[in-house]
Design a protein around this ligand. Structure first.
Ligand code: CMC
Length: 436
C-alpha cells in the first residue's frame, strides 16, 4: 500500500492552468491514479475530458493482478509470491502451473489429480493428423501450431461458455495437456515423420520428448537430465505478467472469445522477434556472427543502430534477467549430456563485451531469457523453428492464468483504448477525375 506523505493525504492535486480549476484525485496502490479520474478535468461542459496518452502502454497499468511480480530494477521475479529460483530448483512445471492457475501450491492429492487430468487429456482429435499433413513441407512450426490451437475451438464449441468456471477449468486442462502434442505434430511434419501419439505413463516433458524424437517402434528413453532441463525451462517461461502476448490474450478474451481463439492470438504476438521469436533470432544472429573474431564488427553495427543485439534488453528488467542467470546454469548441465554447443562461446563473448560497453551499460541492456535458451534448445536437437513453440507451450499456463483472472475481475470490460485523432477535419468528397 502507498505510504502517506507528510500531509497524511493519499491524493494528488492537479491544477488546470487553462481554467485555473483545482482537482484532487485519489492515489491507489503505490503510485497509481485512475485514468478515469482525469475525465472530470474539462474546459467546458462539451469537452470530452482529460485523458492520458501512452503508446505501447509504457506507463499504464491495465489490471490489478495477483499472479506474477517483477521488480525490473532489482531483477526479481516471483510467481504468486514464490521466487523464481526456488521454483526452478525445487518444483516441477505442472506444480508451478497449478500454482499460477489456482493461486496456491497444490497439496499432494491436488497435484496428483492435476497431473492425472493433464496426462489424460493429451490426445487430440485424429483430424489433426490431417490438418498438420495439409501444411507445406517447409511450414514454420509456429504457424502450424497457432492454426492447430485455433482449430481446437471447432472441436470444443462448449468452450464459448467463458463465464462458467467449471467449463473454463476443463478447457484449461485440455490446453495445458494438448500443447505438447500439437507442438510435436508440427515438428514431426516439419521433419517429414509420422506423428507419435502421447504416452500417458511418461512425465509431461518426457512424453513431449518422446513424441518428438522417437523413431518408429524403437524404444526411446529421454535423458533424465534433458527431461529435467526442459521442465526448468518451462517453469522459467510460464508467466511474465502483462507482456505483449498476455495482453493480447486478455484483450481477445475481454470480448468473451473462447480460450482457444484467444490463445491463438496470444501465440501470434509471441511469434514476433521482439517477443518470443527472439530466441530464434538470437540463434540466427549467433550463426551469422560465426566466430568470436567477428564480434567487434557486429557490435559496431549495433552501436550504429543498423541492428539489435537480440536476446538483450527488456521493457521491464533494467538489471540481469533472473531467468537468464538460471538458464545459464542449466546450459552447463545440458552440455554435459549433449556436448558443448560452439555457439555458446560466441554468446559468452558477446555478453562479456556488452556488459562492459558504454552503449549497453548506459541503456541498462542485459541478457534476457532468450539469450541462452536457444543455445540449449539447439544442443537438445531442436531446429530453430521450434524455439518459439517451446516458449508457447509453458506460456500457455500464464496466458490462461491471466485470462482466468481477467474474467473473474469485475472491473474489466471489453478492451477498447482511446485515440488522439490527429487526422483531417471534415472535408468534402472529390470525384476521382477532379483530383490533382
Ligand atoms: N540491442 C541494441 N540496442 C537496444 C536493444 C538491443 N537488443 N534493446 C534496446 N536497445 C536500445 C534502443 O535502441 C534504445 O536506445 P535509445 O534510447 O538510444 O534510442 C534503448 O536501448 C531503449 O530501447 P527500447 O527499444 O526503447 O526499449 P523497449 O523497452 O521498447 O524494448 C525490447 C524492449 C525487448 C523490445 C528491446 O530491448 C529489444 O528489441 N531487444 C531485442 C529483442 C529481444 O531480445 N526480445 C526478447 C525480450 S525477453 C522475452 C520476452 O519477454 O518476450
Amino acid at each position: 500500500m502507498a505510504e502517506k506523505g507528510s500531509s497524511g493525504k493519499n491524493t494528488l492535486s492537479i491544477r488546470d492552468n487553462r481554467t485555473g480549476r483545482d482537482y484532487e484525485v485519489d492515489i491507489h496502490e503505490g503510485d497509481v491514479i485512475s485514468a478515469m479520474d482525469l475525465r472530470q478535468i474539462k474546459v467546458n461542459d462539451d469537452d470530452f475530458g482529460m485523458m492520458s496518452y501512452d503508446p505501447a502502454f509504457k506507463n499504464t497499468a491495465s489490471t490489478r493482478s495477483t499472479i506474477t511480480y517483477i521488480d525490473g530494477e532489482k531483477g526479481i521475479l516471483r510467481y504468486r509470491g514464490y521466487p523464481i529460483d526456488q521454483l526452478a530448483e525445487r518444483s516441477s512445471h505442472l506444480e508451478v502451473s497449478y500454482l499460477l492457475l489456482k493461486g496456491e501450491l497444490p497439496t499432494q492429492s491436488e497435484l496428483d489429480d492435476f497431473v492425472h487430468d493433464v496426462t489424460y487429456h493429451t490426445y487430440v482429435h485424429e483430424n489433426f493428423v490431417e490438418l498438420f499433413r495439409s501444411f507445406r513441407y517447409d511450414a514454420h512450426a509456429m504457424g502450424m501450431m497457432t492454426s492447430g490451437v485455433a482449430a481446437l475451438s471447432t472441436i470444443y464449441p462448449e468452450s464459448k461458455d467463458v463465464h462458467d468456471p467449471v467449463n473454463r477449468w476443463i478447457q484449461i486442462t485440455r490446453l495445458v495437456a494438448k500443447m505438447p502434442t500439437l507442438a510435436a505434430f508440427a515438428y514431426r511434419h516439419h521433419r517429414g515423420l509420422p506423428p507419435i501419439y502421447p504416452e500417458n505413463e511418461l512425465s509431461y516433458t518426457a512424453n513431449f520428448l518422446n513424441m518428438l524424437f522417437r523413431i518408429g517402434t524403437r524404444d526411446y528413453t529421454p535423458s533424465p537430465v534433458l527431461e529435467r532441463a526442459l521442465d526448468v525451462l518451462f517453469i522459467l517461461h510460464a508467466d511474465h505478467e502483462q507482456n505483449c502476448s498476455a495482453t493480447t490474450m486478455r484483450v481477445i478474451g475481454s470480448a468473451d472469445a473462447d480460450p482457444y481463439t484467444a490463445l491463438a492470438g496470444a501465440m501470434g504476438a509471441l511469434y514476433g522477434p521482439l517477443h518470443g521469436g527472439a530466441n530464434e533470432a538470437v540463434l540466427r544472429m549467433l550463426r551469422r556472427i560465426g566466430s568470436a573474431d567477428n564480434i567487434p564488427d557486429f557490435m559496431e553495427g549495433v552501436k550504429r543502430r543498423e541492428e539489435r543485439l537480440m536476446g538483450f534488453g527488456h521493457r521491464v528488467y533494467k538489471a540481469y534477467d533472473p531467468r537468464a542467470a538460471i538458464i545459464k546454469r542449466t546450459a552447463d548441465e545440458v552440455f554435459e549430456v549433449t556436448g558443448r554447443n560452439p555457439l555458446l562461446d560466441i554468446a559468452l563473448e558477446l555478453e562479456k563485451i556488452a556488459l562492459n560497453e558504454e552503449f549497453f551499460v548506459e541503456r541498462n541492456l542485459y541478457p534476457n531469457v532468450d539469450f541462452y535458451s536457444g543455445i540449449i534448445y539447439q544442443a537438445m536437437g531442436f531446429p530453430v523453428e521450434m524455439f518459439p513453440v517451446l516458449f508457447a507451450i509453458p506460456r500457455t499456463v500464464g496466458w490462461l492464468a491471466q485470462w482466468e483472472e481477467m474474467l473473474e475481475d469485475d472491473e474489466q470490460k471489453i478492451a477498447r483504448p482511446r485515440q488522439v485523432f490527429v487526422g483531417a477535419d471534415e472535408r468534402d468528397f472529390v470525384p476521382v477525375e477532379n483530383r490533382g
